[in-house]
Design a protein around this ligand. Structure first.
Ligand SMILES: Cc1ncc(COP(=O)(O)O)c(C=O)c1O
Length: 425
C-alpha cells in the first residue's frame, strides 16, 4: 500500500513550492540568526565622567507624556534598552524556534542567572528564575514539606503573593500561622525584632516576612530576623518584591534561607519575570518541585520558558548596573525625602510610612482623613492630574501609596504634592 504522504526530497519540495509560486516562503526562514538588535554600546550614554546622566536615563522611558508615573511598586516601566533587547531576542527566536530556543538563546537566557547573582550578591548556583514573587513564594512553601503542627510566623502586613502559600498549607496540611501586628509605623528595628521574639514558639519552623511591606513601605531588619530565626532553629523566608532594583541587596550578607522577588517592579524587567534565591546551606531543607532537576532556566521540571523575557531581565540588570546601584538607591531615597517634605507641609495629610533611616523605602503611604475614600482620590489624581499612584486599603489603613524610582524627577514629586493639596483642600 502506498503511504498516505510520499517521502520526498528537498529538491522535489522546492520544485513543488516553485510550481505553486511559493518559493520565497522559505527564504531566510532557515539559516543564521540575525545580529543582535542592540549592543552594550547603547548603555554607554547613561553615564558621563561625573556619574549617571539623569536626563539620558529619563529619555530611556517610553511612558506617555501626559502621566506622572508614581506606581513603580506595582509595575515598573522597562527602559528602551530592555525593550530592544527583549524584542531583539524574540525576533531572533522566531527565526528558528527549536534550534535557537533550546540552543544559543537558551544559553544566553542562562547567563541572566549569572548577572542576577552578581547583582544580588550571591552565587549563580543559588539563583533560579521564575515568573514573579507569588510563584517563588509558592515554590518555597511547597519545597519545605511542612507537617501538621508546625508553625509559620509572619506579619499582618503581607501581600497575598507572600501569604497565600502558607494559607494553602494551613488548609491542606494543618500547619498554623502566627502573626506579628506591625505598628504603623514601628519605633525602631529592635522594636520589630522584639515583637517577633514574643511570638516565636518551639514549633515555629518558618519566619516569613516582606523585605519591604507593600502597604506602608516599611523595611524590615532582615539580618536581625535571620539571626533570630537561626537561634530559634527556624528558616527565614523573605518576600522581596519591593526591594531589589532601588535597594542595594547583598543576599550573602543578609543571611536569609530564601528570598524571592518580582523583576517587573523596581528591576524594570519584562512583565512576568521573577527571581528565586535559596541559600546553598539550605538547599537540602527547601526542595521545590520546580527545581527538582536543577536551577537552570530550562529543565525537565520547569518546562519551556519565556526566553525573550528572561534575556530581557538580564538586560535590565545590565541597565541598572550601568546606572550604578549605589547612585540609584541614593537618588530614589532623595526623591522620597523631597516627597515627604512636601507632604508634611499639608495639614490634612498623615504619612503612614516610617521615617527612621533604617526602616524607610521609596514606598510612601499617605493615610487619608475620614470621609475621603482612597479609591475616589486615586481616580481623581489620575483623571484630573494624570498622576498614577496605588490605592492602599489594608486593615484600618485607607490611603494612597506613592512610589518614586530613580528615573522620576523633582517635577514629578511637585506634581503629586500639588495634586494632593488641591484634591484634599
Ligand atoms: C510585597 C509583595 N509581595 C508580593 C507581591 C506580588 O507580586 P507578583 O504579582 O509579581 O507576584 C507584591 C506585589 O505588589 C508585593 O508588593
Amino acid at each position: 500500500m502506498r503511504p498516505l504522504i510520499e517521502p520526498w526530497s528537498r529538491r522535489d519540495f522546492m520544485a513543488g513550492l516553485g510550481s505553486l509560486g511559493l518559493s520565497g516562503i522559505v527564504t531566510g526562514a532557515v539559516g543564521a540568526p540575525a545580529a543582535r538588535s542592540s549592543t552594550e554600546a547603547s548603555l554607554k550614554p547613561l553615564r558621563d565622567t561625573s556619574g549617571p546622566n539623569w536626563s539620558a536615563i529619563q529619555e530611556q522611558f517610553t511612558l506617555i507624556q501626559d502621566i506622572t508615573y508614581l506606581n513603580n511598586g506595582s509595575l515598573g516601566p522597562c527602559p528602551r534598552y530592555v525593550i530592544d533587547e527583549t524584542v531583539g531576542a524574540w525576533n531572533r527566536l522566531e527565526q528558528n524556534p527549536v534550534e535557537l530556543g533550546y540552543g544559543s538563546l537558551l544559553s544566553e537566557a542562562d547567563q541572566t542567572r549569572e548577572k542576577v547573582a552578581k547583582f544580588l550578591g550571591c552565587s549563580m548556583e543559588e539563583i533560579a528564575l521564575t515568573r514573579n514573587t507569588t510563584e517563588g513564594m509558592n515554590a518555597i512553601a511547597q519545597g519545605l514539606n511542612l507537617r501538621e503542627g508546625q508553625r509559620v510566623l509572619t506579619t499582618d502586613h503581607e501581600h497575598p503573593g507572600g501569604s497565600v502559600c502558607w494559607e494553602y498549607y494551613q488548609k491542606r496540611r494543618g500547619i498554623s500561622i502566627d502573626r506579628v501586628n506591625l505598628p504603623v509605623p514601628p519605633a525602631s528595628a529592635d522594636d520589630i525584632v522584639r515583637l517577633f521574639e514574643q511570638k516565636l514558639t518551639q514549633q515555629t519552623r518558618v519566619i516569613s516576612v516582606s523585605h519591604i511591606t507593600y502597604s506602608t513601605g516599611l523595611r524590615l531588619p532582615i539580618r536581625k530576623l535571620a539571626d533570630l530565626a537561626e537561634a530559634a532553629g527556624a528558616l527565614l523566608v523573605v518576600d522581596g518584591a519591593q526591594g531589589p532594583g532601588w535597594l542595594e541587596v547583598d543576599l550573602d550578607e543578609m543571611g536569609c534561607a530564601a528570598y524571592v522577588t518580582s523583576a517587573h517592579k523596581w528591576l524594570l524587567a519584562p512583565k512576568g519575570s521573577g527571581i528565586l534565591y535559596i541559600r546553598s546551606s539550605f538547599r537540602d531543607q527547601i526542595e521545590p518541585l520546580l527545581l527538582q532537576h536543577g536551577y537552570r532556566v530550562y529543565t525537565a521540571s520547569t518546562g519551556t520558558r519565556n526566553i525573550p523575557g528572561i534575556i530581557g531581565l538580564g538586560a535590565a540588570v545590565d541597565f541598572l548596573s550601568e546606572v550604578g546601584k549605589a547612585q540609584i538607591e541614593e537618588r530614589t531615597l532623595a526623591l522620597r525625602e523631597l516627597l515627604c517634605q512636601g507632604l508634611r507641609r499639608h495639614p490634612r495629610v498623615t504619612i503612614a510610612s516610617p521615617d527612621d533611616a533604617d526602616l524607610r523605602s521609596p514606598l510612601v503611604t499617605v493615610s487619608l482623613p475620614d470621609g475621603v475614600p482612597g479609591a475616589q482620590l486615586g481616580r481623581a489624581l489620575r483623571e484630573k492630574h494624570g498622576v498614577v499612584v496605588r490605592v492602599v486599603s489594608h486593615g484600618a489603613l485607607n490611603g494612597i501609596r506613592i512610589s518614586t524610582h530613580f528615573y522620576n524627577t523633582a517635577a514629578d514629586v511637585e506634581k503629586v504634592v500639588g495634586a494632593l493639596a488641591e484634591e484634599l483642600g
